[in-house]
Design a protein around this ligand. Sequence first.
Ligand code: SAM
Length: 331
Amino acid sequence: MNSISKVEKLFNLFNETAVILQEELPSSYLEALAETGENIFHGDVLQDELSEMTKKRLLKQYNSLQLKSYSHEDVRKGFQLAILKGMQENVQPNHQMTPDAVGMFVSYIMDKFMEGKKHYTLLDPVVGTGNLLFTILNNQAHRNIDSFGVDIDDLLIRLAYVGANLQEQSVQLYNQDSLEPLLIDPVDAVVCDLPVGYYPNDVRAAEYELKSDKGHSYAHHLLIEKSMNHVKKGGFLFLVIPNSLFETEEAPKLNAFITEQAYIQGLIQLPQSMFKSKAAAKSIFVLQKKAEGVTAPKNALLAELPKFSNVDAMQSMMKNINSWFTEQKSK
Ligand code: SAM
């Protein structure tokens, strides 16, 4: 079986069993998906309230699956398709899962920046369903990465927990507001697909340098400050940012904070065709926290990615990106 049909098979199983659960449980599709994912992991039906008939139907489906015969990426993709289906019901835009193409590109860029590191610690302070984090972990299986994920949304983090189990990724997950104190030591790298909007807790926001002088502060600005505080000196931040980040009234303060604390390593604009509108388009922003012995790159990696479907343009872009890394090494 090729990888596409494997992913399809997994999606069908997640989807069909979530729908069966929904017939008897008062739950949304995503809640049922988390339940069925947990059942699959335990190889059993954990919901006592289900009828015997439904339990039998579920077990028959679960027993037809040999999870071990699928790669971690197949499992992630199959689960991701089911999450996407559920998210069409009613998930607010800021809680959307990181799209696959974005995750794959962030993972590729990270792999380049972390070259030579066999072991590192990684934090995603807005881990959501974990899709971005797992893309990175699955694609850097040659490294030993101790990872931590935090999210305020209890359903999304539950999906992350189930996804981690099914993909055999050991991740420490915390269900809390990342702008509150974290019980996690500073890490070597942060990855963060920033939620864009206002942060409602003005009292907590007041503790941050990047709080707004009037009204609510921008959650994404506070999360950048939090991420900077939570990365070790010399560590990296890989941020998925809105292209408009430096165009608002609060931008000068953010700009000053970033230049004081870090070196800009790269700003890579994702293809606009990936987003619903120009206003929704995003970039990958790479920063390195200042430290003794760390210097700014001669030139930051600045790129505007072509459509991923344009193979020739994409290949030539990858060549340019790879040359930038080679140049940095010979610096
Ligand atoms: N990378 C994630 C994934 O692949 O599923 C998606 C990240 S989504 C764009 C942004 C996430 O930020 C949402 O899951 C949302 O619940 C979370 N979030 C928003 N404000 C937060 C806060 N103050 N603390 C922790 N998480 C927060």
